[in-house]
Design a protein around this ligand. Sequence first.
Ligand SMILES: N[C@@H](CCC(=O)N[C@@H](CS)C(=O)NCC(=O)O)C(=O)O
Length: 197
Amino acid sequence: MLLEFVGVDFEDRQITLEQWETLRSTTPFGRMPVYKEGDLEIPETFAIMNYLGRKHGLCGDNDHDRIRSDVTTEAWRDYGNRVANTFGAQSNSDDARKRFLAEEQPALLADLEAYYLQRDTTSQYWAGASPTIGDFAAFHLIEGLARQFPNVLRNFHALESFHQFFAAQPKIKKYLESPRRPSALFYGPNGKIYPKE
Ligand SMILES: N[C@@H](CCC(=O)N[C@@H](CS)C(=O)NCC(=O)O)C(=O)O
């Protein structure tokens, strides 16, 4: 999404699980994603985002905005990890999943929204007056949330409004409407993590 936004030509090389068995040992940590550009090979999502952010001016214009962008990125990443741990682990009971949706998720989203509302700018970006990688991290997770649990965002008007604002950025809008967009942000046969059917 970040590469689409800055308008760089790239190949999104998605692979099958079968191909992964052979490729795994060729990656630095046995994990995807890996970003390649000439001789550069960067593992770790946020190292990749930071590299692209620095290269394309999406890391904030001053320390204040840089910090807000990083905090936004990390806080949404934590939220994403909680979702993945709750729904990804086979061992989790249905009760644990229901509890996450009823209690933990609303509390996490309330904190994230409170942080968003603390910004000292009239722009709708998370950090300063222009886009930063924090916006991409936030949008990625909010977009997943909107697909999974469409009703939840209705309780978080500021997050919902950011979601609409960012989705309407011309480059993002074009990407979201294109076949280049992956069909599932999370996993499951219908792109749903819960309920699975
Ligand atoms: N910290 C890494 C985590 C990467 C990661 O866990 N990737 C998973 C997919 S989301 C993976 O490659 N799993 C395949 C495997 O472990 O074989 C990042 O943020 O990029």
